[in-house]
Design a protein around this ligand. Structure first.
Ligand code: ADP
Length: 219
């Protein structure tokens, strides 16, 4: 049986952090669109250059590009037992695209977990976020809430920590506006199918992690 879980919520709600923790606990991969995109950008490919321009502005990546990147990832051997999706889908077109890709691969979504957080706290988290400069690692930290053992250095791989290009106040505001106008309507959509489980993401990381695990594994 494969278990496919989707984490939804505004930027900064902890999707990446929770997806990593849940992936380690369930032994299935975390498929984060943001980090897949950043890996593609790091290769310097033509597709990567196109992605870089879109991400710099805080806009949504065009569907055909998303489909290509996602399908390639889901064909990986490690995705057979299930995956944790995060950062995709972000609008109704992408919901349809995800359904189609999953159906082609004989998969479906088992649960959608909604991490609910207000904009004020989301902005605080995003401005303090630091990520590992090694795109293959992609670990995420916070200057205050999740400090690495040595300041500025990734615990997992020893690379330098950097600020994401889209984690600056003007772009954050735009990203949250895109979330409210496009992504938030997915919550009502998944509610209809009884797939949705809502969690208060303002709690500390460990408390949210327990609830996410319960939501993902609840029969
Ligand atoms: P998203 O993937 O939803 O954009 P992240 O997982 O990257 O969010 O989290 C954004 C920032 O907030 C990171 O710096 C992370 O360390 C921090 N963070 C995540 N969850 C919590 C939490 N429950 N409490 C405090 N800080 C958190």
């Amino acid at each position: 049986m494969s278990l496919n879980v989707l984490l939804l919520g505004p930027q900064g709600s902890g999707k990446g952090t929770q997806a990593d923790l849940l992936a380690a606990r369930l032994g299935i991969p975390h498929v984060g669109m943001g980090s897949l995109f950043r890996q593609e950008i790091a290769t310097g490919s033509e597709l990567g250059q196109k992605l870089s321009l879109v991400l710099e502005k805080g806009d949504l990546v065009p569907s055909d590009v998303v489909d290509k990147v996602l399908e390639k990832r889901l064909l990986g051997e490690d995705a057979k037992k299930g995956v944790i999706f995060e950062g995709f889908p972000r609008n109704m077109d992408q919901v349809t695209a995800l359904d189609a890709i999953l159906a082609t691969l004989g998969m479906s979504l088992g649960r959608v977990i909604y991490l609910n957080l207000d904009d004020k706290e989301a902005i605080k988290r995003l401005t303090g976020r630091r990520i590992c400069s090694n795109t293959a690692c992609g670990a995420s930290y916070h200057l205050e809430y999740l400090q690495p053992k040595v300041a500025g250095i990734c615990d997992k791989c020893g690379s330098a920590l950097i600020q994401r290009q889209d984690d600056n106040p003007n772009i954050i505001e735009h990203r949250l506006a895109v979330y409210h106008s496009e992504t938030s309507r997915l919550i009502d959509f998944y509610k209809q199918f009884d797939l949705l489980w809502e969690i208060d993401a303002a709690k500390p990381i460990a408390a949210v992690a327990e609830e996410v695990y319960r939501a993902a594994t609840f029969k």
